[in-house]
Design a protein. Structure first.
Length: 517
């Protein structure tokens, strides 16, 4: 049986990427290289690799294409043409991608679904198909045009496997470069549901990526969809730790091995000598567990904004629809690398818990996973203050001077005082059609409050300030948190410490990685 593989790389990425003379290919390149020329039954495996937007271009073109995603429509059409040239009846199609290449991969699947696949299409026909694909299929007239094209030129092919690392939700286009949403409206998914022609779809997601414009677009399985058809798994690391592209490959090796294993279960064949160069998927290797977790928040991204992602509870067998937590993340939580300890511990149950919240970070990790509908009390330990520059205040904050009152709109929580203690629950709602999720669910704490959690997600706390003013902030406050509707006994740190001081007796031994049943 003939198999066709389309491999789409991320922005500025190509198969010749280097850093200080050392090759730094993404997982797309390595997946492509590992593919065998033939499958186990003797049929051929044809493969096509497409470099990312802005790769192999002049400096100016590289900057423009990479910054605003120019060229994405061209990339989708080229991949569509390649499939048209090589497809035969009963051939199996496999499509993979990373970052904007994942957007390309998923858009290609959408184009195949809405427009079908002509055999040996010339470029004018490909462009006609593209124009039809860009029409809103929810409009009856458009849907009829697409159906007519499919009837004339070819039905949608079955897609055996669709695998992506980190689909960039808003194409990675910062709002300051697209204030009116023109580019996002041009380059957007019609919807985030999975096309019915796809037999198996998987996505690797980065727990630790925080850049605002790199939020991933998840699939939204329709009601009744078999969960075995879609898997979206959260791994430790930032965007390129998961998709590859760094010199250090401990974390990306693990996600590559996972993707290859998923493709193998769907029939893809790889070169054994290539697979021998990667750690085994099970048990999780030490090189993966203790792999370097990079910092993607360079100065540019610090200035345009960042926030934590919403992911399921970091716990064995934790699920949220088609989402789950990787064994690698849990292993790193239990046994973090000595150079980057600790790693995202949980606190459970939430009762008689005391957490220190620092004024300087935009987001203080608490380890508390709040459950929707459960009430929680917050009480700041009296007699504390923190510093907004040189001005001390309590967790109730201050109204500020005249200038600050005029700048109220720049506060992260506008209706809260300047420097008031606030909380945020990472919100698991679906992203917009452009791929951008809603902001976290913010609430005021001050010196104390009680809230009923509007959603389930991890709790972050912070001093309310302008997002550009945190470098001058100093000090901390301690706050006691308790779940009023559930939980018995004292709070216990599940996993090692969080990097913020947590007082929750009796605490598990440092580094033990123990958890309560």
């Amino acid at each position: 049986m003939k198999r066709l593989f389309v491999c789409c790389d991320g922005t500025w990425n190509s198969d010749s990427d280097e850093f200080q003379g050392v090759p730094v290919p993404t997982n797309v390149v390595r997946f492509f290289n590992a593919l065998s020329d033939n499958n186990t039954d003797g049929g051929e495996q044809l493969k096509y690799y497409h470099a990312g937007v802005g790769a192999n271009e002049s400096r100016l073109r590289r900057l423009v294409d990479g910054a605003i995603g120019a060229g994405l429509s061209r990339d989708i059409r080229i991949a569509y043409k390649w499939l048209s040239d090589h497809y035969e009846d009963d051939a199996e199609i496999y499509i993979v991608g990373f970052s904007r290449g994942a957007f390309t991969a998923r858009s290609l699947v959408g184009m195949l679904h809405h427009c079908g696949l002509p055999r040996g299409a010339d470029w004018p026909l490909v462009k006609q198909a593209w124009k039809l694909y860009r029409l809103d299929p929810l409009v009856d007239k458009n849907a009829r045009q697409q159906a007519k094209f499919r009837a004339l030129h070819g039905a949608p092919p079955q897609i055996r496997f669709l695998g992506v690392w980190e689909t960039v939700g808003a194409l990675g286009i910062p709002e300051i470069l697209d204030p009116f949403g023109i580019l996002k409206n041009r380059y957007q998914f019609h919807d985030t549901t999975l096309s019915p022609e796809v037999a198996r779809a998987v996505q690797a997601l980065a727990i630790d990526e925080q850049r605002d414009n790199f939020f991933p677009t998840l699939w939204t399985p329709e009601e009744g969809t078999d969960e075995a058809r879609v898997s979206q798994v959260w791994f430790p690391g930032v965007h390129a730790d998961v998709g590859g592209g760094y010199k250090e490959t401990g974390l990306s090796n693990a996600t590559l091995r996972w993707m290859i294993s998923e493709a193998q279960t769907c029939g893809a064949t790889f070169r054994p000598q290539m697979l021998d160069q990667l750690p085994q998927a099970e048990p999780v290797s030490s090189s993966a567990v203790h792999g370097v977790l990079h910092n993607s928040l360079t100065s540019f991204y610090l200035r345009i904004g960042f926030r934590p992602r919403s992911f399921p509870l970091l716990k064995q067998d934790s699920r949220r629809g088609s989402e789950s937590i990787s064994a690698l993340a849990l292993a790193r939580q239990a046994n973090p690398p000595i150079s980057q300890a600790p790693y995202r511990p949980n606190v459970d149950p939430v009762n008689d818990l005391e957490v220190r919240i620092f004024a300087n970070p935009l987001w203080n990790w608490t380890g508390v996973f709040m459950q929707e509908g459960v009430s929680y009390s917050f009480q700041v330990v009296p007699g504390q203050s923190w510093l907004d520059g040189h001005h001390a205040c309590s967790a109730d904050g201050t109204r500020g001077n005249l200038i600050q009152r005029l700048l109220t709109g720049f506060k992260r929580v506008p209706d809260a005082n300047w420097f008031e203690l606030c909380g945020a629950i990472t919100y698991p709602a679906q992203p917009s059609i452009g791929g951008v999720p809603p902001k976290p669910s913010f609430f005021r704490i001050g010196m104390g409050t009680t809230i009923n959690a509007p959603t389930s997600g991890y709790l972050y706390c912070f001093a309310n300030d302008s997002q550009w003013a945190y470098s001058k902030n100093q000090g901390s406050v301690r706050v006691k948190i308790a779940a009023l509707d559930e939980g018995r006994g004292k709070g216990t740190v599940v996993g090692t410490g969080s990097g913020i001081e947590v007082t929750a007796p009796p605490a598990s031994p440092s580094g033990s990685g123990s958890s309560k049943p």
